[in-house]
Design a protein. Structure first.
Length: 95
């Protein structure tokens, strides 16, 4: 579970250029998402899938945010992408 300090870190200070930076950004997005700051989390998930389109967890979490906003078609597209990238992850089939 992400710590609360991660939710306070400005996203601009996290580099997406390295796998480590992308993992930090993802954890930061999760912390924001869990705190209900879904628009901010979605912004990070979008940045992650732009630079790392094979990051299935960002796709599924972006889809979850979009579904909550009533953007069902876009959410379904994100979920489909996550499942295509990681078909053995059962969580993606129920998320």
């Amino acid at each position: 579970m992400p710590d609360s300090a991660a939710a306070k870190k400005p996203v601009q200070s996290i580099s997406l250029a390295t796998p480590e930076g992308r993992e930090k950004a993802f954890r930061h997005a999760l912390a924001l998402h869990e705190k209900g700051r879904k628009a901010e989390a979605a912004q990070i998930y979008r940045a992650l899938v732009t630079v790392a389109p094979s990051h299935a967890a960002s796709w599924i979490n972006l889809g979850t945010v979009l579904r909550g906003e009533g953007k069902y078609l876009a959410a379904a597209g994100c979920a489909a992408r996550a499942v295509a990238l990681d078909p053995d992850n059962p969580a993606y089939l129920t998320n």
